[in-house]
Design a protein around this ligand. Structure first.
Ligand code: HEC
Ligand code: HEC
Length: 422
């Protein structure tokens, strides 16, 4: 009798425990989806571990210089470099917000025409700004100070500020600094005919002084670029998932829920959702320009994007072929690759914009060059219903949700390379 009840007890115990064990294995199996060899290859290409070491910018001899990066970092946060003393680069590029901001259109001295952009591995980028009108990070940094809507100052004001506040740090990195003062270098002088008074004042400076100012301005850009180029994304939940897939570790793969995994499967489907055709590599961008139909939808003035950006890059006095660049002419890939770029994207440069990285994307709304889309759900609806590249994919509401769920697995804090632990 006692034996019988004991065996019943054991049987009941085993049934409950066994079933629980089974159902645990069952959830894991239900949750994980399977991948073909070809798909695993794509997953690996998106993995953060596939990112090559931080490259050097051959046009910036100071891009790999810690002193230059530290100086650049300080100027980045210094609001004295603005017309009202209140605007620094960091006003529109917040370190807590992937170095972008939450406004549809960025605001400095006035409201600009586009959304601010995040810093997510920009050292790997070949073109800068939504329209790619700059071919280096250092020449990019020379745009905002002289933009009326951003810092609203001039290169002469920058030279005066550096002489006054950063002279010894500057000289340690770039060598002796010529004397800069208001008399020889008026802060209002600017080589921009659109500002007649500033332009007259610039023309009134000696040629030697103008060259000295340009050189200081360029070096400031090179220091800022050394800092900006060090900002890189860190491994996200998605990257731990890929690691588990590569190790065939089913328990590790459970780090993504089933919907997130299904979203990923759709994301890398080249025929249907097609996201991977443009958002590829470990930074989820091919780095080039496409017109996905945003400008056509916009309520504001039509923005021609890359169609104008190409010409601005080619005639930029600070481009890679200019006297201020440290590169050999054959290293100036962005300028040389324009014809290839046009061929690859089917010559549709009208209304084309730089493919954004999707790292940290869920954590930094709003979206698109004009900030016209407030949520990832809206972006997904746009791809499903409107974008010429994807509207024939017939993405269902559930699939749109799965894609958005997948994108949220790309969130992770940023790292600042080699300034860490200083
Ligand atoms: C008023 C807000 C504002 C300020 C101030 C500002 N930016 Fe920006 N930034 C923007 C906007 C808007 C864009 C996109 C502009 C465009 O495409 O025409 C941008 C683009 C960029 C990009 C291009 C990123 C990419 O992926 O191509 C970099 C880098 C950048 N800014 C760095 C800086 C630096 C460095 C400073 C300070 C010298 C600065 N910004 C000051 C708003 C601002
Ligand atoms: C033909 C290339 C292409 C394809 C295909 C594509 N994208 Fe994009 N994506 C872009 C470009 C270019 C932009 C920026 C467009 C603009 O601002 O005008 C963008 C913007 C985005 C944004 C907004 C990011 C930001 O920072 O503003 C998200 C999110 C996004 N795409 C996700 C996807 C998803 C998901 C898919 C697949 C359903 C997809 N994309 C397919 C090129 C593409």
């Amino acid at each position: 009798m006692r034996n019988k009840s004991l065996s019943i007890f054991i049987a009941v115990f085993l049934t409950i425990f066994g079933a629980a064990g089974l159902s645990l294995a069952g959830t894991e199996e239900d949750r994980n989806i399977s991948w073909t060899g070809a798909e695993i290859k794509i997953l690996k290409s998106l993995w953060i571990e596939s990112l090559p070491p931080l490259p050097n910018d051959s046009s910036n001899a100071y891009s790999d210089n810690a002193g230059s990066a530290l100086l650049g970092e300080e100027i980045f946060y210094d609001s004295r470099f603005s017309a009202n003393g209140k605007i620094a680069c960091s006003n529109c590029h917040l370190p807590t917000y992937s170095f972008t901001d939450d406004l549809p259109l960025a605001r400095g001295m006035a409201t600009t025409g586009r959304r601010s952009m995040p810093f997510l591995g920009l050292a790997y980028s070949r073109y800068f700004f939504w329209d790619g009108r700059k071919d280096s990070l250092w020449s990019q940094a020379l745009g905002p100070p002289e933009s009326r809507a951003e810092h609203g100052i001039s290169r002469t004001a920058c030279a005066n500020l550096i002489f006054k506040y950063y002279r010894s740090r500057y000289e340690e990195i770039f060598g002796p600094m010529p004397k800069i003062d208001e008399e020889s270098c008026p802060t209002g002088a600017i080589p921009d005919p659109a500002d007649p008074e500033g332009y007259r004042s610039w023309q009134g400076m000696t040629e030697k002084k103008r060259q000295e100012v340009n050189r200081i301005f360029v070096n400031m850009g090179k220091a800022i670029a050394a800092f900006v180029g060090r900002v890189v994304p860190a491994p996200a939940r998605f990257d731990r998932y890929v690691e588990a897939v590569l190790k065939k570790d089913a328990a590790g793969m459970a780090i993504l829920g089933r919907d997130e995994q299904l979203g990923l499967k759709l994301f890398i489907d080249k025929e249907r959702a097609k996201c991977i055709n443009c958002h590829n590599g470990p930074l989820f961008t091919n780095g080039i320009f496409h017109n996905i139909g945003v400008s056509e939808q916009g309520e504001g003035e039509y923005d021609r994007g890359r169609a104008v950006g190409i010409k601005l890059m080619q005639k930029d006095p600070f481009n890679c072929l200019s006297e201020y660049s440290d590169a050999e002419p054959d290293q100036c890939k962005a300028l040389k690759l324009v014809p290839v770029e046009i061929r690859e994207t089917g010559d549709k440069m009208e209304g084309a914009f730089k493919t954004p990285s999707l790292r940290n994307v869920a954590a930094r709304p709003p979206y698109m060059h004009d900030g016209s889309q407030a949520t990832l759900a809206e972006v997904m609806k746009f791809y499903a219903d409107t974008s010429p590249q994807t509207r024939d994919s017939a993405l269902t509401g559930e699939e749109q949700r799965q894609l958005a769920a997948f994108m949220a697995t790309l969130d992770a804090p940023l790292r600042i390379m080699s300034l860490v632990g200083r």
